[in-house]
Design a protein. Structure first.
Length: 137
């Protein structure tokens, strides 16, 4: 019995059928280097690799990867979403001037308090985006 390649195994364990296009996209995203990408960034990666993957497939796959827990969605504002391959608990610095995003360790920020939740509610996570600008001379 042959063993499935690592990317196909990752997809299968996440409950996603390892189709050729999902595998191709996953290879671009899950290469061992944490990255923050937009759907447009992924389309550019697809173009550079000369893969035959439509924009709709890219969007659908990114959403499926998020739903399966393989990507973390970072909503910068109502018109900008970034996908993070680092799904561990962490926060972000977002540089307003150039859109650059940097990971911050989850324990690097302390919260003094959280709002009271209703009896039937439970806190799932706290995701902070610190928006910063670089000082200009």
């Amino acid at each position: 019995m042959s063993q499935m390649p690592a990317i196909q195994t990752i997809l299968a364990k996440a409950g996603l059928r390892p189709t050729a296009k999902r595998v191709a996209l996953a290879k671009l995203l899950f290469d061992g280097v944490d990255k923050h990408v937009t759907a447009d960034d992924v389309m550019e990666m697809v173009r550079r690799k000369r893969l035959r993957v439509s924009q709709a497939t890219v969007y659908n796959s990114l959403n499926q990867f998020c739903a399966a827990g393989l990507l973390k969605r970072i909503v910068i504002d109502s018109s900008s979403t970034v996908f993070d391959t680092n799904t561990s608990h962490h926060h972000h610095l977002f540089y307003e001037d150039d859109g650059h995003i940097v990971d911050l360790a989850g324990d690097s920020i302390s919260l003094l308090g959280l709002p009271d939740l209703a009896e039937h509610e439970s806190l799932l996570s706290v995701d902070l985006i610190l928006r910063v600008g670089r000082a200009h001379d």
